[in-house]
Design a protein around this ligand. Structure first.
Ligand SMILES: *Cc1c(COP(=O)(O)O)cnc(C)c1O
Length: 356
């Protein structure tokens, strides 16, 4: 749609994309290209097209991103109680944000005239390992898109419909993207449905008179476009969203999660906790054992998977992303169930004996 927009508005050379490092956008050829991952997509590397990326403000790995990261705000081997998680270290986040946005600005200066759009997962990158962005980052990206005359595509497939505490994650920074991708939460997950929403300006570019040749119609239909059952499920789910004041409930649940996870702050092998609403990553690592930066445990030891397996017999199924435990409770989950879930997570992590 972004490429078609520029084609129809007389700038067909604007046909490249810029992505955010570590992004996941799905598994079609184009979405693999903007979110290329060795782990997921290696067999298809011959098919993907070239996409330039800019670094994500990944605080837990800032020492790989910043040429000279600021000294950690706290917490080395002997100093557990004053430890500040990387993702909540203000100085580190300021340095990261400035570094990442400058990199994007430079990239756009070099190739905005050939670029259709920047694609991001706003506020929190899911599959990358629950990598959150400091407040203002999405606004920074949106401002640069505007400055360089490229479109902003927000992939809110994971973050949409209240997941981060606002109806849309872009709402945290009062950003309106040019193209918005929605799926997962749109039906509460009960039937498959996705929606691509755009501005009037983009819609207009695809509008032409019936006898105009070539026509400007976007001929990208799908067999199940507008499927009535899926749409009915979405409408019913969105009705419940309103009727049950789900956004309020989500924000209460988010507070409950935050309060419960305080119990893990002093754990010597919890190196970061990243939360945006009901999207949570608990990263396991040896952060406080050395001064060399919060490197994760060696992936081969599969600490994340071991912990998730230990939670199974207690009745909890969660998944890790590498060494990051992922909590994505259903937005409508009642607080009693949520507390039970958090108690299992906290107790299992607290009791776990990592060999060092
Ligand atoms: C799940 C997910 C996708 C995949 O969407 P499909 O509709 O299954 O292709 C894309 N982007 C993000 C951010 C996701 O979390």
């Amino acid at each position: 749609m972004a490429v078609g927009y520029w084609h129809h508005t007389g700038k067909p050379q604007k046909n490249k994309f810029i992505g955010l490092a570590g992004a996941y956008h799905g598994d079609t050829t184009a979405s693999m290209s903007v979110g290329y991952s060795e782990l997921f997509h290696k067999p298809f590397v011959s098919m993907v097209f070239d996409v330039k990326t800019f670094p994500a403000p990944d605080a837990a790995r800032a020492h790989h991103i910043l040429p000279s990261p600021p000294a950690p705000a706290g917490g080395t081997a002997s100093d557990v109680s004053s430890y500040v998680f990387p993702s909540e270290d203000p100085e580190l986040n300021t340095a990261l944000m400035s570094h990442c946005l400058t990199a994007l600005d430079n990239l756009l200066t070099a190739q905005a005239d050939q670029t259709a759009a920047i694609v991001i997962e706003p506020v929190m990158q899911g599959a990358a390992g629950m990598i959150c962005q400091p407040p203002g980052f999405v606004k920074g990206v949106a401002d640069l898109a505007k400055k360089h005359d490229v479109l902003l595509i927000a992939d809110e497939v994971a973050t949409g419909f209240g997941r981060t505490g606002k109806l849309l994650a872009c709402g945290h920074d009062q950003v309106t993207p040019d193209i918005l991708c929605l799926a997962k939460g749109i039906t509460g997950g009960y039937l498959p449905l996705a929606a691509t929403i755009t501005t009037d300006a983009i819609e207009q570019a695809f509008t032409s008179e019936p006898d105009e040749r070539p026509p400007k119609t976007l001929y990208h239909g799908h067999t199940y476009t507008g499927n009535p059952l899926a749409c009915a499920a979405a409408i019913a789910s969105l009705k419940l969203f309103d009727e049950n004041n789900l956004l309020d409930h989500i924000n209460q649940s988010a507070q409950l999660i935050q309060d419960k996870l305080v119990a893990l702050r002093d754990h010597p092998f919890v190196s970061d906790i990243r939360q945006r609403g009901l999207m949570v990553g608990i990263e396991l690592g040896k952060a406080r054992q050395s001064d060399s930066g919060p490197d994760s445990f060696d992936f081969a030891r599969r600490a994340g998977a071991q912990l998730c397996n230990a939670m199974l017999p207690q009745g909890l199924i969660i998944r890790p992303l590498g060494n990051t435990l992922v909590l994505m409770p259903a937005p409508a989950m009642d607080h009693e169930t949520l507390e039970k879930m958090l108690d299992i997570v906290v107790a299992t992590v607290a009791d776990w004996r990592f060999d060092t």
